[in-house]
Design a protein around this ligand. Structure first.
Ligand code: SF4
Length: 361
């Protein structure tokens, strides 16, 4: 159940499409995806990023196809990828056809630059023959010229119109395995565009705040925008766009869905902010523990607390935790003391207890 209560739409109302072995829409678990950030022709680098995304909890992996040599590399990538592959096509519909031949599981096309309706129809026919869905990826910064220059359209209406135009081309070709995204770098514009679209269509929505930036600004922009959209029952697959490695995008998306109780993911670390009572350097210890637990798939909560006086009690919701004392630290389980350990052994001893907990669950 969503932790928020004002869902306007129900997520099972959208059409379901299938990308490889991942369903999008129709009430399926909200999938998270990221994108390769290395040249597509560098197959081993692409596959390494794909593995990183998988380990971080990603479900889908997108790859830009800027030229024919990139399309040629897709075959090897698709063959060895642990995740379904989405080919991102701009400008040249023939690259979409080559990507389909390479076995990609989904296409993303941009209505601002993919070319004439006839070409889109050719792509739709080939995609339908392979049961490959198509995402119409509307970006406020690259709308079709006539729509972008129409002064009677607000930014939001222009984005929805660009999506509508492409949808009708696909529908006219008898193609309905459509996913749509309406993205802007402004959370407010993105929210409104998705809301307007969802009022008119039941195609599944890929949601994200584009060009969010990096670090805290990018994370907050994505978290605020995506939370408000998801809270209305909108959004079937999520991409967080950061100027950071792909697995960071997955981790942020994952945390947003986890906090909204829309998906369960692996280990979560909670740590206290510290205060004058703190007996340990939590700012040093917490990141070290996070590094060691971040890829644990089991949904457990681990606490790192600064003092034994309040730590175990304040973190009693955690499955396992450690609280720092003078020269020694205390490992606790569900808020109850377990054993004392040397301060220097905190990371290894806590990891040992986490292993034990997971094994005996
Ligand atoms: S757990 Fe202890 S050190 Fe951490 S914030 Fe609470 S009182 Fe302060």
């Amino acid at each position: 159940m969503n932790v928020m209560s004002n869902n306007i739409f129900t997520r099972d109302r959208t059409r379901r499409v299938v990308v490889g072995d991942v369903a999008i829409g129709g009430g399926a678990a909200i999938s998270v995806q990221s994108m390769a950030k290395v040249p597509t022709t560098d197959v081993s680098a692409v596959l390494k990023q794909c593995e990183d995304v998988l380990r971080a909890g990603g479900d889908l992996f997108r790859i830009s196809v800027p030229d024919e040599s990139s399309a040629a590399a897709l075959k090897e990538i698709v063959k060895n990828s642990p995740l379904p592959i989405i080919a991102d096509i701009h400008f040249d519909y023939r690259l979409a056809l080559l990507s389909l031949d390479a076995g990609v599981h989904k296409l993303r096309i941009n209505p601002g630059n993919i070319g004439s309706p006839e070409r889109v129809k050719i792509v739709a026919k080939e995609a339908a023959a392979r049961s490959v869905p198509i995402r119409i990826g509307v970006n406020s910064g690259s709308l079709p010229e006539d729509i972008a220059e129409d002064e009677n359209l607000s930014e939001v209406d222009a984005m929805v119109k660009a999506a509508e135009r492409e949808i009708s081309i696909l529908e006219d070709a008898g193609f309905f395995d459509i996913v749509v995204s309406l993205k802007s770098s402004s959370p407010a514009v993105t929210i409104e565009a998705n809301r307007k679209f969802a009022q008119k269509y039941n195609y599944p929505l890929h949601i994200g705040i584009t060009e969010s930036g990096f670090g805290e600004q990018g994370i907050v922009a994505s978290a605020v925008g995506l939370t408000l959209i998801l809270n209305e029952g909108i959004g079937d697959t999520v991409r967080v766009s950061l100027s950071e490695p792909p697995e960071n995008e997955i981790r942020v998306a994952r945390e947003i869905l986890r906090f909204l109780k829309l998906r369960k993911y692996g280990a979560r670390l909670i740590s206290c902010p510290t205060c004058a009572r703190s007996e340990g350097d939590i700012q040093q210890i917490a990141p070290k523990i996070f590094e060691r637990i971040k890829n644990i798939a089991e949904p457990i909560t681990v606490a790192v607390m600064g003092c034994v006086v309040n730590g175990p009690g304040e973190a009693k919701s955690a499955d396992i935790g450690v609280a720092c004392g003078k020269n020694q630290a205390l490992i606790f389980k569900n808020g109850k003391p377990l054993r004392k350990i040397a301060i220097d052994d905190i990371v290894d001893e806590l990891l040992c207890e986490i292993d034990d907990l997971i094994t005996n669950r």
